[in-house]
Design a protein around this ligand. Structure first.
Ligand code: ADP
Length: 495
């Protein structure tokens, strides 16, 4: 080795040595930084993963949002549709109201509905959307050719769809060739106790295939349709029942009118008969009474005692007969409307006092106490004075007749709306319940001990009833055998 080479070698060593030292230092530094580098790399990888996750979640959220939007649109459509179908009670109208736009809001463009017709034993088409006549006829034939399966499906009460599976009710091929859709929902009408029907909806559009949300909505629609049909049927049933009832009422009213006319004719005939017989009786009665009176004066010669007694009897009985004939004539006259009741202002207190005076002899004789409690504001009535007197005379005379000694008779009054009600009460023997209606009929008398002793015609209360009713009032009785009786009647108040 030359001297120059040696020098060059030393120079080389001297220059490369620091470089080697630096290199070794850098390598050891690099080794120290390696874990940190690895951790940074891992963080970057993690961030990448998270970014991907965010993108994925965002996409899913978008999908959910879309499904939600669709559901909301569907719900709105359903709400409008259910409002519109619940507004009618006619079966035909319910189906007519299912318009294409409601299905379109669900992304569906075809639909149809069938109801089981029990009379014809087949499914009848009730609505069709998006199908031509031939297409819907083919569907109808398909449904009726598969009646048993369809009826089973209706009873199963389950909605089927292209998502959940059509359970061989409709095969994929039939869906395509007969129903002309690629995706569908089919639901029974609910409640199905009375309704046996189904609705079918579907689409040909691959972008709007049915979802689970659509399935739920169609199920709700089928329930509401079923409910609306049920309501329509109930309404129809009650409407028919009402028509039937109205018809019957009209028939019965007609029958009653005819019967009433007949009764009126008979009653008129009876009134005329009573009236003419009474008239005919009055003349001979007056003669009998006249002759008896003449004989009793003794102008035609003295009369033996027993003849006189008999003549007096004839006279008394004639009086009773005249009284009876007069009452009968009065009833007949009022019944035929020949008596015009005057409408005068009458004081009840004044009339009652007058009657009390008139009957004071009988009251005294029977040791009865009459009390009139007529207040000032219930005193004045609009009535025919003479007839009002007759009413009170009859009622008080009866009370005297049927009340044992020491008993009490009370007359009170009160105002009810535009009428004054007068109560004539006694503490007498009372009237059995079964006779309380009949006592207002002509000639009716209760079969009791007092009536067997005391004479009467059974005409008094009938006359009173006619008089009160001719004034536009009413009369009724309340009585408890053994405790007493209250006759109540109403007359127009004089305001
Ligand atoms: P009459 O008094 O001539 O028998 P009415 O027509 O006045 O005829 O009465 C019919 C019947 O009603 C009477 O016979 C009597 O049985 C019954 N009656 C009427 N008023 C009373 C009364 N205040 N208490 C009990 N019974 C009565």
């Amino acid at each position: 080795m030359s001297h120059l080479d040696k020098i060059l070698l030393v120079v080389y060593i001297l220059t490369t040595l620091p470089l080697a030292v630096i290199l070794i230092y850098k390598i050891s530094r690099l080794n120290q930084l390696m874990p940190k580098f690895n951790s940074v790399k891992k963080s970057l990888d993690d961030m990448d993963e998270q970014a991907k996750l965010i993108v994925r979640t965002d996409m899913e959220l978008n999908k959910i949002q879309e499904a939600l939007d669709k559901k909301i649109t569907g719900l709105y459509a359903l709400q409008r549709l259910s409002r519109i179908i619940s507004m009618t009670l006619e079966e035909d109208q319910i189906f007519k109201r299912i318009q294409p736009e409601y299905l379109e809001d669900l992304g569906l463009e075809r639909g149809c509905g069938f109801l089981w017709d029990d009379g014809h034993k087949q499914f009848a088409l009730r609505f069709s959307i998006g199908y031509t006549e031939d297409e819907i006829n083919a569907i109808k034939s398909f449904i009726n050719n598969n009646q048993k399966q369809c009826l089973n499906f209706i009873t199963s009460d389950k909605t089927l769809s292209s998502i959940s599976g059509l359970n061989d009710l409709i095969t994929a091929q039939q869906l395509n060739t007969i129903f002309k859709v690629i995706s569908c929902i089919i639901s029974p009408l609910l409640p199905q106790q009375n309704n046996r029907g189904l609705i079918f909806v579907g689409t040909q559009n691959p972008e709007t295939v049915v979802t689970e949300g659509d399935e739920e909505l169609i199920k709700i629609l089928a329930t509401q349709l079923g409910q609306a049909l049920e309501n329509a049927r109930l309404f129809e049933k009650s409407w028919r029942a009402q028509q039937e009832l109205e018809k019957k009422v009209i028939e019965r009213t007609h029958e009653l009118t005819v019967a009433l006319e007949e009764v009126k004719k008979i009653s008129d005939r009876k009134t005329n008969f009573v009236s003419s017989v009474s008239h005919e009786l009055r003349t001979p009665l007056t003669s009998i009474k006249g002759y008896a009176a003449i004989l009793l004066t003794g102008k035609l010669g003295d009369l033996p005692k027993d003849v006189r007694e008999r003549l007096e009897k004839i006279n008394r009985h004639s009086d009773e007969l005249v009284h009876m004939v007069n009452e009968l004539l009065d009833i007949a006259r009022i019944e035929s409307g020949r008596v015009i009741m005057r409408s005068e202002i009458c004081g009840l207190q004044e009339t009652a006092s007058k009657v009390e005076d008139l009957l004071s002899g009988q009251l005294k004789e029977r040791a009865l106490y009459l009390n009139t409690g007529i207040a000032q504001d219930t005193n004045l009535v609009l009535a025919d004075k003479i007839q009002l007197e007759r009413v009170l005379i009859n009622l008080i005379s009866n009370a005297i007749k049927f009340t044992p000694a020491q008993g009490r008779i009370t007359i009170t009054s009160r105002k009810i709306d535009k009428m004054i009600r007068v109560d004539v009460s006694d503490t007498g023997c009372g009237i059995p319940e079964e006779a309380q209606e009949a006592i207002f009929e002509e000639f009716f008398r209760v079969d009791n001990a007092i009536n067997q002793e005391v004479k009467g015609t059974g005409l008094g209360l009938s006359l009173v009833k006619h008089i009160v009713e001719a004034h536009g009032g009413k009369i009724w009785v309340k009585s408890k055998p053994g405790s007493g009786t209250t006759f109540s009647f109403t007359l127009p108040a004089a305001e």
